[in-house]
Design a protein around this ligand. Structure first.
Ligand SMILES: [Zn+2]
Length: 364
């Protein structure tokens, strides 16, 4: 009889979790560029946006070009990007391009920023519909390193953006969102233990883990492999309201991705979501309850609790919808056991960088 450990043992791989990293983690190896365009010189939460999210609804021509030269492009995601954003800011990509060129790592400047083009047979379901990724091409290695080092640039009430790699091997650590009456801070450990115990015995999950980890070269029996996967699991409670405005907490299961293969990763997520999870007599649903920030596109916090515009010294846009929920955000932070997605830990010096505010948008 296999002796399963305590499901509440401390999680592994915590230090590998990109979601808990901040930008500026290591000193930038080169002198930072000087530009007359002011931007918020703060350390931000690391953005983790999966390749399939960045490339969602992007037309074949662009997808093929990026596939053929994956390191030649960086994704640029404007804060609050979506169809409405680009209707209001049709020149946003050119303004961002002007700013990037003003950094002047290389002369003459060669950076180009292009809008994504929608696949013709795709509909826009809502005003935040994809595609919204901008693609940066060209520029020196030094510039690209700097853009990824700072990652989030807040320049004006109209323009803020994040730069992220177009790396098909990067996946979010968010695995599954659970909702139901049993979700309360006091039952968080019970939920996590219940999920793990279910997965340890689930045949379809075990078979997939066995197949994938064998390919990834992880040794051990199926039991050991399943433990290896679930040992990194954590549960984060997120405040959300249902369509009637009633509190409806979400328990988000997170864990280290098990593979860099997209198809295998998606199957893995599906199998965890297929689990039959109960807390006492309460059934926990895993369908139709997403967490997505419409502003920064993270899948680990709701829009109203976006940490970016709460960063001290933020020059970027403030959003009505987000501001309306600031009280709710404060209450959430004070409420023990719920996620505290804030700018705490930010090394913001509460000021801009790169010159006078009055000169923004012009560069040299
Ligand atoms: Zn956000």
């Amino acid at each position: 009889m296999y002796q399963w450990p305590d499901p509440l043992d401390l999680p592994t791989a915590v230090d590998e979790n990109l979601h808990s990293c901040m930008t500026h983690a290591k000193p930038f190896p080169h002198p930072t560029p000087t530009t007359k365009t002011a931007y918020t010189d703060a350390s931000f939460e690391q953005r983790v946006i999966s390749y399939n999210v960045l490339m969602g609804n992007v037309c074949k021509k662009q997808r093929d070009a990026i596939k053929a030269d994956p390191t030649g492009f960086l994704a640029v995601v404007p804060y609050g990007a979506g169809n409405c954003y680009f209707e209001d800011n049709p020149r946003a990509h050119l303004d961002i391009q002007d700013f990037v060129r003003s950094l002047r790592f290389l002369r003459p400047t060669t950076e180009e920023i292009s809008k994504s083009v929608r696949e013709t047979n795709k509909d826009i379901r809502d005003c935040f519909g994809k595609p919204w990724t901008l693609f940066l091409h060209g520029g020196s290695q030094c510039l690209r390193k700097f853009l990824l080092y700072q990652q989030t640039f807040a320049i004006s009430e109209r323009i803020a953006f994040s730069v992220v790699p177009l790396d098909p091997n990067i996946f979010s650590w968010a695995i599954c969102n659970l909702v139901g009456d049993g979700i309360t801070p006091t039952l968080k450990d019970t939920i996590l233990a219940g999920v793990k115990r279910w997965l340890w015995k689930d045949d379809a999950f075990r078979a997939h883990i066995d197949k994938v980890l064998a390919r990834e070269g992880v040794p051990g029996s199926v039991n050991e492999q399943v433990l290896y996967v679930t040992n990194s699991y954590t549960l984060v409670l997120i405040h959300k309201k249902d369509e009637r405005g009633n509190p409806a907490a979400i328990a988000q299961l997170r864990g280290k991705p098990i593979t860099s293969n997209m198809a295998n990763h998606l199957t893995y997520l599906q199998l965890v979501c297929d689990g039959n999870y109960w807390i006492a007599l309460n059934h926990l649903k895993t369908r139709g309850q997403g967490v997505e920030c419409q502003l920064c596109k993270a899948d680990t916090h709701p829009t109203w609790d976006c940490p970016l515009h709460q960063t001290p010294g933020w020059y970027g846009p403030k959003y009505d919808g987000a501001e309306r929920h600031e009280d709710q955000a404060k209450r959430a932070r004070d409420d023990d056991g719920f996620t505290t997605v804030t700018a705490q830990g930010s090394s913001s010096r509460g000021r801009g960088c790169g010159g006078q505010r009055a000169t923004r948008g012009h560069g040299y």
